[in-house]
Design a binder for this molecule. Structure first.
Ligand code: ADP
Ligand code: MG
Length: 284
């Protein structure tokens, strides 16, 4: 990009000369020319962990307490922010809203409360260990500081679209839910890693819970996002827009989905960079 600011000789006035001046910001050629910039990473040591709503939180103490033990030991070694899913209660309110013909943006507003409830539960459980619930407003710039001071920040996974939620490609369910929120935050803070804590080993060719014979399903331990998009699978373990996000991401190169329900110890392994679930990566 050219010089952003030019100081005019005469009169010492500041004139602003920007390569974006007079541009629609839509031109394909302009956007292409801006592609290869290094993106600043605000929190390069922070790991984003999304704790599934349906897959973990809904299962209550039995699922959650062993995971919390691991998170507390991980906190000694790794900087982390925890993000929470919605789960069954979000599905219930979506269903009520759908029956009433509510628009997608209203459904989004209804569902986000559940992700907040789960963030509240986690922050209460973790309070005496430095768990601190933060919102999406002013505290996200301070994540590294929180972690350095021994806090464990927690925030709802739902991205704050609300009335501004995009129309879904199909149907009315808000397409950008908590998997999306976790991805978007990780990408924009330049996080060290993004890990989804769920209840299956990773990605199969279809939902193992719905297949009569799960042994006939393919398991993908490592797959590129382009390949996965091309497979156009019937069902996915992660929200579909996340694939498009990764395809276009500037800082995140991959994420991992792990079975934290049956193997809480995999959280530590994944934080240490080990491959214990499914890694979906961005093509070079
Ligand atoms: P979370 O609560 O973490 O958001 P979800 O319940 O929304 O988790 O999504 C995870 C679930 O997706 C898994 O428990 C699994 O039953 C289901 N699933 C659907 N399609 C697949 C697939 N292709 N591979 C693996 N799991 C799948
Ligand atoms: Mg989900």
């Amino acid at each position: 990009m050219g010089k952003l600011v030019k100081e005019e000789q005469s009169g010492g006035r500041l004139h602003i000369e920007s390569p974006l001046m007079g541009e629609s910001l839509v031109s394909k050629a302009l956007l292409k020319g801006m592609e290869h910039q290094e993106v600043f990473r605000m929190h390069p040591d922070v790991n984003v962990l999304k704790i599934g709503g349906q897959s973990i939180m809904d299962r209550g103490a039995k699922a959650l307490l062993p995971i919390i033990d691991v998170l507390l030991s991980a906190k000694e070694k790794f900087k982390m922010i925890l993000m929470t899913g919605g789960g069954t209660r979000a599905r219930h309110i979506y269903n009520i809203g759908l029956e009433l013909g509510m628009p997608t943006g209203v459904l989004s507003k209804l569902g986000d409360k559940v992700s907040s409830q789960n963030a509240e539960i986690l922050s209460v459980l973790l309070a005496k260990h430095g768990g601190v619930r933060i919102g999406h407003g002013d505290h996200l710039e301070q994540l590294t500081m929180f972690c350095q001071l021994g806090y464990l920040p927690i925030t709802p996974g739902i991205p704050p679209y609300g009335f501004f939620e995009h129309p879904a490609e199909q149907g009315m369910i808000p397409p950008h839910r908590t998997d999306c929120g976790a991805f978007l935050l990780a990408e924009n803070i330049g996080a060290r890693s993004l890990i989804y804590l769920k209840d299956e080993k990773g990605l199969y060719s279809n939902d193992p819970k719905k297949s009569k014979d799960a042994s006939v399903l393919d398991f993908y331990s490592r797959i590129s996002v382009d390949e996965l998009i091309a497979l156009d699978l019937e069902d996915l373990i992660v929200e579909r827009p996340v694939l498009r996000f990764l395809k276009h991401s500037k800082t995140l190169k991959e994420f991992q989905i792990i079975d934290a329900l049956h193997h809480p110890e995999h959280i530590l392994a994944a934080l240490a960079g080990e491959h214990v679930g499914t890694i979906i990566y961005k093509d070079a």
